[in-house]
Design a protein around this ligand. Structure first.
Ligand code: BG6
Length: 485
């Protein structure tokens, strides 16, 4: 299904995303033999540079920490089929130049087929003109396919997202558009489908009768240093909850899709999201980090406006009004400058009815998305010995130990490969995005001060677990810490 005669054009080739994710992922795919035969990679950006300079930069994006000669050889080969051309984003002329450049490459192909994948690693300000210019100047009208890969931010609220989607739609069909949410490329997020639908034991306990509450947590140990300007405009809810965590939630809670096809899966995701009403103010806890442990506070960053009330931490509880989930709280929480790096789903089951055992811990199923991918089930077992007492222990599927030789792919590798194959399953459909914005727009407007008084986030010290109010917040929704028992 990989198409020969493909050119991957990375627009914004000198930007942060291209540097940190796109080029390393393309190289990773190449190393593992997953790029189409005879593929070419073309970098495009405003910066003027010659081939030598581009290759120098390109290779600096790719890691080879131990100077492995095998990897060094692959890097040389990778340079051999990638090149660079500079140009603007707004003017048609630049795109005519790009098109001629691509045609020149394509003229060497033996067959007439030509396929172009445009990867937009670009800031939102040039997004629309680039979509337009690519369609008008660089589109292959016959004997080939055209695809664009785009990435958030997809607007700032429901109205702006719709405007953006509609503008893109004028030029690119849904079938040609691949909207990245890179969490959908993560191994453990993809694993959710298998865990849920390939195990009868899981399926049976997957509802309000067995589950008390669910937490989906994102923690990062660093602040927004150096990215403060961007971040302040968006805040943690738009950065993490509205997209990454909501995507995880939808796969975790959707009904079983009729098939594994992209449309069937996304139909179910949309359906469950539509059963979630907009988040209530009372179901939110907002925080902002302050200086501590020798680390600067959010407001100490020069690129952040003084007195900004932008949340760098948020916990929001969502409710799903359908027969499976009525009454189960789903707590989505994310924070910057916390005590550790961790992303996980924690499903806490209900208490066993009081009877023979008293005061025993609840079962919990934890799916650790990163780091150190794992699935573990906390359960009670008899303490070994000549007396009967239940102690909490766990069944542990830590990937590093169980699948010792497996290499877990980078999210961007998985997603770029899907886009090359034309598989939309792990990309966000337009109606999915629309309903995601419906859930979050009212509280975002409240936070943005569009509804009168702006809520003040509570503060938490850099490097801690988050606001001290968090403990009470999760308890309010029925979460019981095992130690409380
Ligand atoms: C991005 C956010 O979408 O995801 C960043 O904009 C965040 O703020 C990043 O750091 C986290 O991604 P990952 O893959 O490191 O969990």
């Amino acid at each position: 299904e990989l198409k020969d005669n493909t050119i991957i054009i990375v627009l914004g080739a000198s930007g942060d995303l291209a540097k940190k994710k796109t080029f390393p992922a393309l190289f990773g795919l190449y190393r593992q033999g997953f790029l189409p035969r005879d593929v070419k990679i073309v970098g495009y950006a405003r910066t003027k540079m010659d081939a030598e300079e581009f290759h120098k930069r390109e290779t600096s994006y790719i890691k080879n920490p131990n100077d492995d000669p095998e990897i060094a050889k692959s890097i040389e080969a990778f340079k051999g089929f990638s090149s660079y051309i500079s140009g603007g984003y707004e003017d048609g002329e630049s795109f005519d130049k790009l098109n001629s450049y691509l045609e020149e490459i394509e003229s060497k192909y033996q067959s007439k087929e030509r396929n172009r994948i445009f990867y937009l690693a670009l800031p939102p300000s040039v997004f629309i003109p680039v979509c337009k210019n690519l369609k008008e100047h660089c589109y292959v009208a016959k004997n080939g396919i055209n695809r664009i890969i785009i990435e958030k931010p997809f607007g700032k609220d429901l109205d702006s997202a719709r405007e953006l989607l509609n503008s893109v739609k004028q030029y690119w069909t849904e079938d040609e558009t691949f909207r990245i949410d890179h969490y959908l490329g993560k191994e453990m997020v993809k694993n959710l489908l298998v865990l849920r639908f390939a195990n009868i034991a899981m399926g049976a306990a997957w509802d309000k009768n067995s589950i008390s509450n669910v937490q989906i947590t994102f923690k990062e140990p660093f602040g927004t240093e150096g990215r403060g300007g961007y971040f302040d405009e968006f805040g943690i809810i738009r950065d993490i909850l509205q997209n990454h965590l909501l995507q995880v939630l939808s796969i975790l809670t959707m009904e079983r899709p009729v098939s594994f096809s992209a449309e069937d899966i996304r139909d179910e995701k949309v359906k469950v999201l539509r059963a979630i009403p907009p988040i209530e103010r009372d179901d939110c806890l907002l925080g902002q980090y302050v200086a501590a442990n020798g680390k600067p506070g959010y407001l100490d960053d020069d690129t952040v406006p003084p007195n900004s009330v932008c949340p760098t931490f948020a916990a929001c509880t969502l409710w799903i009004h359908n027969p499976r989930w009525e009454g189960v709280p789903f707590i989505l929480k994310a924070g910057k400058a916390l005590n550790e790096a961790k992303v996980e789903v924690r499903i806490q089951f209900k208490d066993v009815t009081q009877g023979i055992f008293k005061d025993i811990a609840r079962n919990e199923l934890v799916i650790r998305i990163q780091p150190s991918e794992a699935v573990y089930l906390k359960l009670n077992a008899k303490t070994p010995g000549l007396y009967t007492r239940a102690i909490p222990t766990e069944m542990d599927l830590t990937y590093k130990r169980r699948f010792t030789d497996a290499k877990i792919p980078e999210a961007y590798e998985a997603l770029i490969l899907d886009a090359l194959k034309g598989d939309h399953s792990n990309f966000v459909r337009n109606d999915e995005l629309d309903v995601a914005w419906k859930i979050f727009t009212p509280i975002l407007h409240w936070i943005d001060g569009k509804q009168g008084q702006v809520p003040r986030p509570v503060s938490y010290p850099y490097g801690t677990r988050g606001p001290k109010e968090l403990e009470g917040f999760v308890q309010k929704y029925g979460y019981k810490r095992s130690a409380d028992l």
